[in-house]
Write a protein of this length. Structure first.
Length: 150
């Protein structure tokens, strides 16, 4: 089942149940899907990979907003953002633990033959492709930097 069909089905249920938080999150996903489908070259279709990137982008935007709202002492807005994050994350694959990311990055380092901080770009290129959707880019970057400088 495509993401769009699943979201539409869940939106109907959320409307029937008057679940405002769920509806907000699903509407955000639907809006991004429609925007992606109307982009030049999309031909009204988007791939599963594009769907994954859209969901990651939505979560990242909300996490950024959440941190700003918490800094500005706006718990009312922070709650809404955290609710939407939880809803959008349901559609993403399970995130890897920090230990699993570290093990994967170590394997990539030995695979590409990286020897120090100068090889950060080489390792990050491979790591972000292999761990796409399974780990946050900031976590991958921090772990890679720590392993290459150690």
């Amino acid at each position: 089942m495509s993401l769009e069909i699943e979201v539409m089905s869940l939106m109907k249920d959320a409307m029937k149940n008057k679940d405002e938080a769920m509806l907000r999150g699903l509407r955000a996903i639907k809006a991004e899907i429609i925007k992606a489908k109307t982009d030049p070259g999309a031909n009204g279709e988007i791939s599963a990979d594009t769907e994954l990137k859209l969901l990651q982008k939505l979560v990242k935007q909300r996490k950024d907003s959440l941190s700003i709202y918490e800094q500005q002492n706006r718990p009312d807005l922070a709650v809404k953002e955290s609710e939407e994050i939880a809803i959008i994350e349901k559609f993403l694959p399970a995130q890897m633990s920090e230990e699993a990311v570290k093990a994967a990055v170590q394997a990539i380092i030995s695979e590409v033959g990286a020897s120090g901080p100068q090889d950060l770009g080489k390792v990050m290129g491979v790591a972000t492709k292999q761990l796409a959707g399974q780990a946050d880019g900031k976590v991958i970057s921090a772990i890679t930097k720590s392993l290459l400088t150690a």
